[in-house]
Write a protein that binds this ligand. Structure first.
Ligand SMILES: Cc1cc2nc3c(=O)[nH]c(=O)nc-3n(C[C@H](O)[C@H](O)[C@H](O)COP(=O)(O)O)c2cc1C
Length: 662
């Protein structure tokens, strides 16, 4: 095999950007890389393809599944294997003539001189959290006159620093000497990327776990790092182009489309850096709390578990999830439904809960199809209206094709914030109408006039909700304050208010008296109504009403409507559109139509009556057949959303058989 290899031909396509003589020079050089994880592995392969002939490599770690997102050596065949062996094999597979010296015990202050012996450039590939080793390696390079290049993967960016012989050292730049461990890491972080271009798009800050020394990472950043670092190696070894040395730094961010060159004389002693460290201390150190041990995710194994694990992402009013599951065997289970009529003023007839159960049943069908199975659902006829119960059997059936909506089950989510007002295209509207079960249709409220009418209705209706004493405990209990994700409620981040209004709302929710006080003297309903209804009601592509073939009357009618809702919502998600339900005007209009008492406040009844007139006018002949309303539009997925408990938490034990006599 090695006979097939010809260095000159293998790397001949480098020639042009470098000369043949320069290529030979690169072949003669030795590059040291400590750490062969995210950046180190990519550095090795990039430099191998550049034609570097000699490497000194160190890494004592083995590959784990969590390395798959970014480490070039992490693959099924290398799971559990030493990173060093794997990367050496990969590099030799590109250039079998490579001369590689390895330190399988990893680099340490004791062997750093040996590690750097004969090395022309050191490229840093060490993990972020190995400060003592990093300091020892950088100090030795400085002492031995070895250039160092370090490219840090931050978000979707690379932040470059070179430490050149005779110039500023690592210690002079980062100034970590004598600092506590946590502050050393903060200083390292702040010094790596003075431009901080990666800030502003971290969507889940809780994923930075200072205690567990873990943080989010991307392959793109590692690839950018490899390209930038190898370019430095080329320039340093061939004495080509200008090499920026610390205190100069360079960061390119592919997310913000920005490049920033920074100059921080004095390194972390520079006033801007001191400020950044002070701010960082407040922010980062706040995270330095023991992270609660994340629950071990439940791994579904049987077909029934796999189907339910996907279906549990079905939507329900206020994320109440009025269902529990009883597993009977690998392909059979029972869905125990419930409703919230005793506690939720929006669910007095259990209909929204039944609608949610319909979305669940549709999700079961879709998830089963992804397993090549068909779900046979039987509604138990003896179950109480408040506890609908379903027996589900999964059957292997010929010609079951996976529903293309299946991948979107866990993606679909409510988007309560403003969306793009780009109108829906004919193709989008057609797809949204075509996905519905027979007999269902959509009424669209589009254009400025249509959106204004719907937004006005929502704005007026929100006053009904916010001034109704019966709705107060519902609102108080469903918001999970100061949370980005919530398994059983709506996290504050997903509500759609700005932080100030959010704080005010939280204070007001302390008691109904506070709500009344704000409403009466400070127009308390205005900020949330403007932020949650009026603005997003106008900033969307369209509002819609899902219209059933006939006014729904039975459980099966409501389940069917729920199925249609889920198909519509998933189809929107598949099209890259987000959706926000707007159910309450419809619910109050129905209560009034059916003469149901839902509040004892007479002023609220009159307000609701006016909303009903508005609703009837908007919907026309479809008013009593509308089963769902919402607004939709193009939007990124919201970073904050309701989540679900693991399937294991939604399982109930089989009910004991009834005694013969009873
Ligand atoms: C029948 C039904 C009615 C809903 N009504 C509303 C509503 O009026 N306002 C709202 O903000 N969300 C509404 N939702 C959305 C739920 O709050 C949301 O689906 C739930 O919190 C789960 O979050 P997710 O959809 O982001 O997974 C409704 C959902 C369903 C299924």
């Amino acid at each position: 095999m090695t006979d097939d290899f010809d260095y000159q031909r293998a790397f001949s396509r480098n020639i042009g950007w470098i000369t043949e003589s320069e290529q030979h020079l690169l072949k003669a050089k030795r590059v040291a890389i400590a750490g062969l994880g995210g950046v180190g592995g990519a550095h090795l392969l990039t430099l191998t393809r550049l034609g570097i002939g000699h490497f000194t490599l160190s890494d004592f770690d083995t590959f784990d599944i969590e390395n798959f997102n970014r480490q070039v050596g992490a693959k099924i065949s290398s799971l559990g294997r030493p990173k060093l062996d794997t990367l050496v094999e990969m590099a030799l597979d590109i250039n079998p003539d490579l001369d590689i010296k390895t330190l399988p015990e990893g680099v340490s202050p004791d062997n750093v001189e040996d590690f750097l012996s004969g090395v022309d450039v050191y490229v840093d590939g060490l993990d972020f959290f190995v400060m003592p080793v990093r300091r020892a390696v950088f100090a030795a390079c400085h002492r031995l006159g070895i250039p160092v290049t370090t490219a840090a993967p931050l978000g979707l960016s690379t932040a470059l620093l070179n430490f050149m012989p005779g110039k500023m050292s690592f210690e002079e730049y980062f100034r970590v000497e004598g600092q506590e461990e946590a502050e050393q890491y903060l200083r390292f972080f702040v010094g790596l990327a003075p431009a901080r271009l990666q800030q502003g798009y971290l969507v889940d800050p809780a994923r930075i776990d200072v205690v567990a020394q873990k943080g989010p990472s991307t392959m793109m950043a590692c690839d950018l790092c490899a390209g930038v670092a190898a370019s430095q190696v080329l320039k340093i070894l061939l004495k080509r182009g200008k090499v920026l040395a610390a205190p100069w730094g360079l960061q390119f961010d592919a997310y913000h489309n920005r490049l920033s060159k920074t100059w921080r004389p004095g390194g972390n002693n520079h006033p801007l850096q001191r400020l950044a460290i002070a701010v960082g201390k407040r922010q980062l150190m706040g995270m330095n709390r023991p992270a609660s041990a994340p629950a071990k995710p439940f791994t579904p194994r049987t077909p029934a578990e796999k189907v339910l694990d996907m279906a549990r992402w079905a939507p329900s009013g206020d994320n109440t999830q009025p269902w529990r599951f009883e597993l009977l065997d690998e392909k059979r289970f029972v869905i125990h439904g419930s409703d919230t009529r005793d506690t939720v003023v929006y669910d007095l007839d259990g209909r929204p809960s039944q609608l949610a159960l319909g979305t669940l049943l549709e999700s079961v069908d879709i998830a089963a199809s992804a397993q090549g199975l068909k779900a046979q659902v039987t509604t138990r006829s003896d179950a109480d209206e408040r506890t609908p119960t379903f027996d589900v059997a999964l059957h292997a059936a010929d010609a079951v094709t996976p529903d293309p909506l299946a991948p979107y089950l866990p993606v679909r989510t409510a988007q309560r914030r403003a969306m793009s007002s780009r109108p829906l295209t004919q193709a989008e509207k057609h797809a949204l109408e075509a996905c519905l079960p027979a007999g269902y249709r959509i009424r669209w409220f589009e254009g400025w006039e249509g959106r204004w009418q719907a937004a006005r209705l929502m704005f007026a209706n929100a006053k009904v909700r916010l001034t109704m004493p019966e709705a107060y405990p519902v609102h108080r209990d469903i918001i999970d304050w100061e949370r980005q994700f919530s398994d059983d409620r709506i996290p504050e981040g997903a509500v759609g208010t700005d932080p100030v209004t959010g704080k005010l709302m939280r204070w007001a929710m302390g008691s109904w008296e506070r709500v009344r006080f704000l409403n009466r003297y400070f127009l308390g309903t205005l900020p949330p109504r403007i932020q949650l209804e009026l603005i997003p009601g106008l900033r969307c592509a369209a509002h819609m009403a899902l219209v059933a073939p006939a006014p729904p009357a039975t459980l099966e009618d409501n389940l069917g409507a729920g199925r249609a809702v889920q198909r519509f919502w998933l189809t929107a998600t598949r099209l890259g559109l987000c959706l926000q339900p707007e159910m309450t005007p419809l619910i109050f209009a129905r209560y009034l139509r059916e003469g149901r008492t839902f509040t004892h406040a007479q002023d609220v009844v009159s307000r609701a009556q006016r909303c009903r007139d508005q609703f009837d006018q908007l919907l026309g002949e479809a008013a009593d057949k509308a089963v769902f309303m919402g607004r939709l539009g193009e939007s990124a997925l919201p970073p904050s959303r309701s989540t679900r408990p693991g399937l294991d938490s939604l399982l109930v034990k089989p009910s004991p058989p009834e005694s013969a006599g009873g």
